[in-house]
Design a protein around this ligand. Sequence first.
Ligand code: ATP
Ligand code: MG
Length: 328
Amino acid sequence: MIKVSHLSKHFTIKKREPGFLGSIKALVHAETELIKAVDDVSFDIKKGELVGYIGPNGAGKSTTIKMLTGILTPTSGKITVNGLDPSLNRKENAFQIGVVFGQRTQLWIDLPVEESFDLLKSIYKIDDATYKRKMEFFFDLLSMKDFFKQQARKLSLGQRMKADLAASLLHSPKVLFLDEPTIGLDLIVKEKVREFIRQINSEEKVTIILTTHDVQDIEYLANRIIILDKGRIGYDGNISNFNKLLGNESVINLHFTTGVSKLTLPKPFKVKEKISDLNYVVTGPDKEPLSTLLNGLQKSKVKIKEIQRQKPDLGEAIKKMYAGKSEL
Ligand SMILES: Nc1ncnc2c1ncn2[C@@H]1O[C@H](COP(=O)(O)OP(=O)(O)OP(=O)(O)O)[C@@H](O)[C@H]1O
Ligand SMILES: [Mg+2]
């Protein structure tokens, strides 16, 4: 559905020394600096996938999304979105994609939301029956009725995001680009928006690229993540493999049927905390199978009542990678 190969976007910016003299110098002889916002990026996204496109501030995420939507033209490389090159077929591409930039609205800010939707209805030539069906779906899932008559500039951030999401989906796009769709939302609206995104993906099979700084968005929505850093891909794969690669420790809770005063564990598992003779918390690498632990415990004749392995901390793993402590 989306093919990106050797994509780069370089910006040349004028360097300017501070102060008045700096401005004069810049006029006469401007030194320039090259910013490789996106630098030789390749990936392939299949129909119906929901991919988390993440990375620290300035990594090049929004620049990628802008190229995928046709707003920016690549410096080099090739993009196809459902068979179209976005920068060459900007208009046709607009009919098959939806976009939400969480940082700014795509609605006509001086118009009531309803009128923006009317405009979109005629731009995309949506028939009355489809429009009605779509709007009922949005009203229902995003509780949009409360602010549909309100001028867009007067909406709260959460209301605005809901309106933007609905607007991006009115023409039933095959692909949806979401650039920080949950930024600044309260927990309840965030959950609503997440659930909505999930539904669009699973029921309507819309292919989604999602950019976010919220780890929970990723955990809840994405199976696959692409991590970008300084314009380059640092990781592309599923979340569980990412955790394994980073050698993350996971926490395991053990309950015994009879008391164990001193617990001996097989390597590489370690006791983290003894809660009582009947309950220990242990840690071990996420990639180490639980059978290693169970076999070891069987040998030391302790009887297990219950065992729970907690999910490794994705946020910690991502932080580690951003900080460059991990080589992938
Ligand atoms: N129009 C432009 N002119 C010059 N430099 C730009 C332009 N747009 C983006 N950049 C630079 O390109 C780099 C990548 O920016 P981009 O907005 O893609 O980052 P991002 O990953 O979306 O970051 P964030 O998480 O903060 O939104 C930054 O260094 C930014 O300053
Ligand atoms: Mg951005």
